[in-house]
Design a binder for this molecule. Sequence first.
Ligand code: PHE
Length: 552
Amino acid sequence: MSGAPATTTHPASGKTFFGHPLGLKTLFFTEMWERFSYYGMRAFLVVFIVTPVAQGGLGESRATAGIFYALYGSLIYLMSLPGGWVADRLIGQRKAVLIGGIVIMCGHITLAIPKEGAFLAGLGLLVLGTGLLKPNVSTIVGQLYDKNDIRRDAGYTIYYMGINIGAFFAPIVCGFLAQSEIFRHFLAGGVVTAYVPLLGLDLLSVSGPGINPNHAWHFGFGAAAVGMGFGVVQFVLGWKHLGDAGAHPTRPDPATSTPTPAPVYAIVGASVAIIGLVTYLLFDKYGIDKASIADSFGVGLLVISIALFTILHKYIARDADERRRVRAMMVLFLGCLSFFGLFEQAGSTLSLFAEEKVHRTVLGIDFPSSYYQFINAAFVVMLAPLFGWLWIRLARQHREPTSVTKFSIGMVIAAASFMVMLPAVLGPVADGGKVSGLYLFAFYLVSTMAELCLSPVGLSTMNKLAPARLASFVMGIWFLATAVGYYIAGRAEEKVGKLAVALDLGTGGLYYLLILFGLVMALVMFLLAGPVKRMLAEGDADNTPTPSQSAG
Ligand code: PHE
């Protein structure tokens, strides 16, 4: 969020982290571990929800799993709004990150308890904790640098690598514990032997504790808690490297600042989160089904989005230039939510696809479906530098697309990621068979390319469009778009799937409609790119010469 002091003081030590302030190392590892815990549990979340109770899951329907995913994902990002505000105005980012990390850890510990009720309480804590940590750790990164420090964007790129390194290892570690046959066998009291193939040696044999193997899921959640624990310890130890960054809340100067809408925003965000959770907990007991609650939540998101832009355009924007910027933000908002609506199905539709329809053996060894979730992170680490280079090269030749055009390209690629799945869906899967995991590799490769066209670019452009006094607010709008995207991603399989059936589109129906949606939104972005560019020509706020920047 906003509020970076113009200059920051750094501890006078000669050491750096890849030529950057040492504080970056602290934040890199904090966010690496936080994302480890987030993507670790997300890797098997929906599979856990649909797995029968007899195998330790929640035994819920696919539609309900989608609802959990939709509400959990949206609330996490919605809570970034009050989370950012609390840090900006009340406690400073650094304390918010610390408290958030501890709350997240408690959330995962709660999920690790194999008791009814622990699940929702755990998710609730994760929502609160992530809202405090995620936006603020990104903000502190920016505060490590003096205002004109040219290393800032590179700093964000390094930080983004940290995010994806965490996301890379998480599904393997947490997924192994939660889902692998080996670990279940071990828990049940079986013997597990570490074997060195080249030497033909049995290195170590351990026999398991002899407990219910269904608890394996909870060990997966537990691993996420341990990861966040490392992050918290590391943050405390590295605290001293942060200098002044994020140490204090910013007090707006009454002489220069206008009343900020942030408190309104914070209240709206917090109420939505609390109402969502409470209604879920209470109403579910009284027979109001989860789907109606989720539907009303969706309508709520729509209302908040429209209200927000109306207020912003009508009351907060001060002059014609600011109103133009708000309109441009609306276009980016629409692009962002459409993109995340497709992209985040990685953790819902595609997660279930991996579980049910994809072969999961390599060299004769079985592995759990959650392992497929590491592919996106791996491709981000590989491709982000390439995309950074591409935009800079195009910019040098004065051919760099505007950000809205990049959104349009990103949407075409996101649609293409679902096209890649068509031969699988229409072929072997339609006949009740399974397909090669290479389809998922191809899907994630293509969808990562879409991510790199859109996600970092959007964040940085929103930042540029925001009048300085509204930086925080506008960052919150980006998170709101992500929240709406998560909601769509969670509910797509159920809702779009039903539509496909109603339209009698056959086996590939869901995929046809998702592809169509992607292409239509790409066209909308394409058509709006010109008007937005013209609109912003005076303010010169469009284009993004630093595409690699992302606060994640
Ligand atoms: N994968 C990145 C992260 O987890 C970027 C991202 C942020 C993607 C928010 C979707 C939503 O931080």
